[in-house]
Design a protein around this ligand. Sequence first.
Ligand code: PEP
Length: 249
Amino acid sequence: MKRYFIAGNWKMYKTIPEAVELASELKKELADCKEKLMIAPPFTALHSVAQVIKGSNILLGAQNMGPEESGAHTGEISVLMLKDIGVRVIILGHSERRHTYGESDALINTKVRLALKHDLEVILCVGETLEEREQGVLENVIRRQLAEGLIGVDASMLPNVTIAYEPVWAIGTGKTATPEDADSVHAFCRRVIAELYGSDIAKNLVIQYGGSVKPENVVALMTKKNVDGALVGGASLKAESFVPIAKFR
Ligand code: PEP
């Protein structure tokens, strides 16, 4: 049976006590959940949350990382530091990193390769802006973000890569892509990956949808053929909304 990958991105929310409280609730309430689960607290709460979820079925994720292993990079966090703390998955190329902090495909690619080199899993986010969608260049944008984000990534590494399709206009806006729209862009992502890596790898690729996923719309989205999970922002900040998303079936 298909195992969905449900991930929570806590963004720049939660002090350490708040993060510990939420992680403790999730650990208890999701103990019997069979899906693959991940939560990505802010950097400051990673260590404390790691202690809470140790030995549970929830993986620890980070929301970003620096492009170098170490060195004079004021303000950056290294892959080695994240591994040290127990991080297993890194979200890279989130639209807030691309659009608010100007991260390029080349920079994201450097980070993707570095994380994979250190045996971490990567969630590579892709997605078009409203303007790009309206200009009819959605497919060009997604193709570029996938192809350039994965330059130099060997096929043997693809089991450690999840793609998150997150239309920028749907993130934190309350607007969700229709399940049909999401399914068709996911199918397109799979076609691009098939061109790059062959159809077997594309078939097994996990593609999450992200963009205002809530308990009320999760079933319609997850039951689409090409949707294999969710990357959840706002609704991951409370157990009362994240638990029903993770336990949607
Ligand atoms: C996200 O941050 O990846 C996201 C999808 O946010 P939201 O669920 O709030 O739209």
